[in-house]
Design a protein around this ligand. Structure first.
Ligand code: HEM
Length: 413
């Protein structure tokens, strides 16, 4: 009888159960994506690290995915927006080095330092608004804090207008929703380009202190610049890579601390640091779960598995930090006192996260300010009742209902 591949669950109902199941099958196992596309899910720390550093693994569908090159992947495929881009995220080899060098000029340590006061101001602005909640009122902390802080920060870094921010928020949300229809996916790509062309034109007329201005003026040592398409797609890459990841990081860190008072007490008492919280959250709850797509330029040999040339690959980031081979049988337990918090949640190799230091800065300022301002913060539902995002790409919740202050005790009559 023909053996069917596991189908990745587009509803994201239980990412960790799916991940454990896939890891138990081996370092890499074929899975089915929307549209019946088969890809290899790579599920162990060892194999992911090997693969991310492998020069014969690429992110360029245009150059290395035969099914895409031959037109077997329809332009309205549900996941097309992850692969049909022209930016450093999908570039390979020398091309990637060139694009990353140009974009890297906008991600200097100086910019990270310079943005810190802005992060503090944005954080305080959001916390001030939360102060208006009634005592014991339930608020959605994802909508009111975890989402807007990174979204506003990345929009600021890019130098966006209010209109561009609103349009972009919709696009990013739709992009990580793996239940999106082909028509919606098409609208995502076409509708957004107009807004970005306008943004770039505006920065040419009125340069600012922002990444778009840096990108518009950046020149490589040979004098080359980003093309118009590369510019738009690079801004898209920064938005996508920077906002949704950080939003889900906040969601997961706050959830982990609020569902384990002993862990929270470790931070409050100063026995654990916010850096411990950041790395332990990234290890146990990688914001990126299954990242599409990479391709094998030649046959790739992992321990006991061969990924044939031309096959697509997903990195199962959610599986890496929880790998028992690295962190033992309790790898899935959130434990700030764990000495070794090794994870690959910022990636590894040539595509390592360009915004990692900005992410660490916003995480530290955001979390420390939130827990300082609301010492009575608590989850308003059981952790098991939180509803996961409908996607296998991201790891987070649809909403994060909390109480900022203790409920007022009912009057005794
Ligand atoms: C907790 C927050 C974040 C996490 C977990 C995260 C994670 C990652 C990961 C795993 C990759 C590599 C993807 C791959 O396998 O190819 C990546 C790449 C990238 N990230 Fe982040 N990221 C975060 C925040 C940010 C922020 C705040 C920015 C920018 C403002 C950013 C910008 C980028 C860019 C531009 C890339 C592409 C690098 C390349 O392809 O060469 N990230 N990120």
């Amino acid at each position: 009888m023909e053996r069917r591949c596991p189908v990745l669950d587009t509803t994201g109902r239980d990412i960790h159960a799916e991940t454990d199941f896939l890891r138990a099958q081996g370092h890499a196992v074929q899975v089915e994506l929307p549209g019946g596309v088969l890809a290899w899910s790579v599920n162990t720390y060892e194999a992911v690290r090997q693969l991310l550093a492998e020069p014969d693994v690429t992110k360029s569908a245009r150059n290395h995915w035969p099914a895409f090159i031959n037109g077997e992947i329809p332009p309205d495929w549900e996941m097309i927006s992850w692969i049909a881009m022209d930016n450093m995220v999908t570039a390979y080899g020398k091309d990637h080095v060139r694009l990353r060098r140009l974009v890297g000029k906008a991600f200097t340590p100086r910019r990270t330092e310079a943005i810190k006061p802005r992060i503090t101001a944005l954080t305080n602005h959001l916390l001030d608004a939360l102060e208006a909640a009634e005592p014991g009122e339930v608020v959605d902390l994802r909508e009111r804090f975890a989402y807007p802080l990174p979204a506003m920060l990345v929009a600021d870094l890019i130098g966006m207008s209010e209109e561009a921010r609103a349009a972009t928020a919709k696009v990013i949300d739709m992009m990580v929703d793996t239940t999106v229809t082909p028509d919606q996916a098409q609208a995502i790509l076409s509708g957004w380009r107009g807004a970005m062309a306008e943004l770039i034109a505006e920065k040419r007329r009125n340069p600012g202190e922002d990444i778009t201005t840096d990108l518009v003026t950046a020149r490589d040592s040979d004098g080359s610049r980003l093309s118009e398409v590369e510019l738009t797609d690079t801004i898209f890459a920064i938005l996508g890579a920077g906002s949704e990841t950080t939003i889900n990081f906040f969601d997961n860190a706050i959830t982990a601390l609020l569902s384990d008072p002993e862990q929270l007490e470790l931070v409050r008492s100063g026995r654990s640091t916010w850096d411990d919280v950041i790395d332990e959250t990234l290890r146990v709850e990688s914001p990126l779960a299954h990242l599409p797509l990479r391709y094998a330029v030649t046959d790739i040999h992992l321990d006991g598995v061969t990924i044939p040339q031309g096959d697509p690959i997903l990195i199962n980031y959610a599986a890496v930090g929880r790998d028992p081979a690295l962190h033992g049988t309790d790898a899935g337990r959130f434990d700030l006192t764990r000495q070794d918090k090794e994870h690959l949640s910022f990636g590894y190799g040539p595509h390592y996260c360009l915004g990692a230091s900005i992410a660490r800065a916003v995480a530290t300022i955001g979390l420390s300010s939130l827990f300082e301002r609301f010492p009575e913060l608590s989850l308003a539902v059981d952790r098991q009742e939180l509803v996961p995002l409908p996607t296998f790409i991201m790891n987070g919740h649809r909403a994060l209902p909390v109480r900022l202050t203790a409920p007022v005790p009912a009057a005794v009559s």
